[in-house]
Design a protein around this ligand. Structure first.
Ligand code: FAD
Length: 479
């Protein structure tokens, strides 16, 4: 393995893979780093030995495209991969501090160390994570995020429970319901906070995003055939159980998002999965000093990029969900676009890439990228829980799970003037625990917004410093 690369890509999701496949074959030294042990990020949790015939029938073909990208990249000898490797920090001149774990076949850590690599050009494609709306009992065992349940099923072949209740605002709810049914599990009910009227705002977008409609139709028909009850306009307000989750109370909400008293219904189930959309993983770009911008229609704080996807830091590019939540297709387009911007910059327009064709392709990608904007707005509007829901979280509800900080403490401190993410963190320790605010950060942002109506620029976002992820001191001592 080299220490110096022409291009380093952080993240092997669809954006990272698409960038690597575009850069492949141009004589550039490329390194892909990913903290997980598989290729393909959130979309491809398991790399198949052979692309399945079924994936060819997916409406947007993103999974099969992802598998094809893995094949292309695997064949290129100039591309190095580093898996189970977390980028902990980015320093001057794009020097990256990377924590590498050697994992034994049965999952145990064999050894760990820290290395430094340097990139002439860096593509950050670190994806997104899920967002939450805390409620009483959301920390009980058996209550988990949609993504966690997906990992359980896809990576370990384990169902969350025999009977599973699904709730929230995320389109991932239907994906999960379908995956549970496909794995012979049962879905107690799907409790969707969004009303049909809100979902119908998708209609003007059908022309350019018909594949999403087909995908939705596929999931809906699977739920219909399995007689899954769907409740629209309801929110989970409480989860209860002795040692773990046993039941949840749902209540109907007004179009403004207020709970209507007297409409409560209790569901008994083995597990509760919840999801309120996605937030971009911006710790690394923040630590690197890239400028951010707050865009509600892109999912919150995102990396600010120009048309070439270069950030405010020279030769640091951002692609995929970290420039705005919009799904796999946008990540695929942006990975390619960032790579082509680098190829253009380093003068790789040659006989294989004649300038006219190259420029036309960049124009096409820019157009496709722009087309994703309308879908992004719809998606993020659909997923965002109303401000009133954050303001109404009961005082005893835990918000920061790591430091056990309740809504009551947060509210009291906001009233005392700690109304920015940074000041609230110092005053209460929320966001200082093991997850470093990855779970509670976006929630606290929404709580401050709901309670103070202050502007996003005033509230700010979680600051991150190297190491951006937890690491044993032993790893430094071994290096
Ligand atoms: C939990 C979850 C489940 C999802 N499931 C689906 C689904 O089933 N179907 C669907 O269509 N869409 C799904 N999505 C949406 C999906 O994220 C996008 O559609 C798309 O795949 C995003 O591609 P990406 O390359 O931008 O990011 P991702 O696919 O998220 O890839 C980012 C990669 O960066 C790596 N990474 C992050 N930080 C570091 C670091 N510091 N060091 C090293 N590596 C790092 C991660 O391990 C990850 O592999 C899901 C999203 C989430 C958050």
């Amino acid at each position: 393995m080299n220490v110096q690369y022409h291009v380093i890509i952080v993240g092997s999701g669809i954006a990272g893979l698409s960038a690597a496949a575009t850069l492949a074959g141009h004589g550039l030294d490329i390194l892909i780093i990913d903290e997980s042990g598989h290729r393909g990020g959130q979309l491809l949790r398991k790399t198949r030995l052979k692309p399945s015939c079924f994936s060819k029938f997916e409406p947007d073909l993103m999974k099969s495209k992802g598998f094809d990208l893995v094949w292309t990249i695997n064949k290129d000898p100039d591309i190095d991969w580093l898996f189970n490797a977390r980028v902990l920090g980015i320093f001057k001149d794009r020097r990256l501090l990377v924590h590498i774990e050697n994992i034994k076949t049965h999952g145990e850590k064999a050894s760990e160390k820290i290395i430094e690599v340097r990139a002439e050009n860096l593509i950050l494609a670190t994806g997104a994570r899920e967002k939450y709306l805390p409620f009483k009992g959301w920390t009980l065992p058996g209550v988990m995020s949609l993504g966690a349940a997906q990992i359980l099923m896809k990576s370990y072949g384990v169902l969350p429970a025999h009977n599973t209740l699904i709730a929230g605002t995320s389109p991932l709810m239907m994906v999960l319901a379908s995956e549970i049914l496909g794995n012979k599990g049962k879905v107690t009910a799907l409790v969707d906070e969004n009303s049909m009227i809100k979902k119908l705002t998708f209609l003007p977008l059908i022309k350019n995003h018909w594949s999403k409609l087909l995908e939705g139709a596929f999931y809906t028909s699977r739920m219909f055939l399995n007689r899954v009850s769907v409740f629209q306009g309801y929110r989970v307000i409480q989860a209860s159980g002795n040692k773990g989750f046993q039941s949840a109370i749902m209540a109907k909400t007004t179009p403004r998002g207020d709970v209507i008293p007297g409409t409560e219904v209790r569901f008994f189930s083995g597990a509760l999965l919840v999801g309120y959309g996605f937030a971009p993983n911006i710790e690394l770009p923040v630590q690197a000093g890239c400028k951010l911008e707050y865009q509600e229609n892109k999912g919150g704080w995102v990396v600010k990029v120009d048309e070439t996807l270069e950030s405010s830091c020279r030769s640091v590019y951002a692609a995929g969900e970290i420039t705005g939540i919009a799904g796999a297709k946008k990540s695929f387009i942006q990975g390619k676009l960032a790579a082509m911007s680098i190829l253009k910059k380093v003068g790789k327009i040659n006989a294989r890439n004649p300038k006219k064709i190259f420029t036309a392709e960049i124009q096409r990608l820019l157009f496709l990228n722009h087309q994703q904007t309308a879908y992004s707005s719809f998606l993020n509007r659909l997923c965002q829980a109303p401000a009133s829901a954050y303001a109404a979280i009961p005082d005893e509800t835990i918000i920061c799970r790591c430091e056990q900080i309740t809504m009551g403490t947060i509210k009291k401190n906001i009233q005392q003037g700690f109304d920015t993410i940074s000041s609230l963190k110092k005053a209460t320790r929320c966001g200082m625990g093991r997850c470093q605010g990855r779970i509670c950060g976006p929630v606290i942002f929404d709580i401050i917004t709901a309670l103070t109506q202050k502007k996003p620029e005033h509230i700010g976002c979680s600051l991150s410093r190297a190491p951006v992820k937890n690491v044993n001191i032993k790893a430094f001592l071994n290096s």
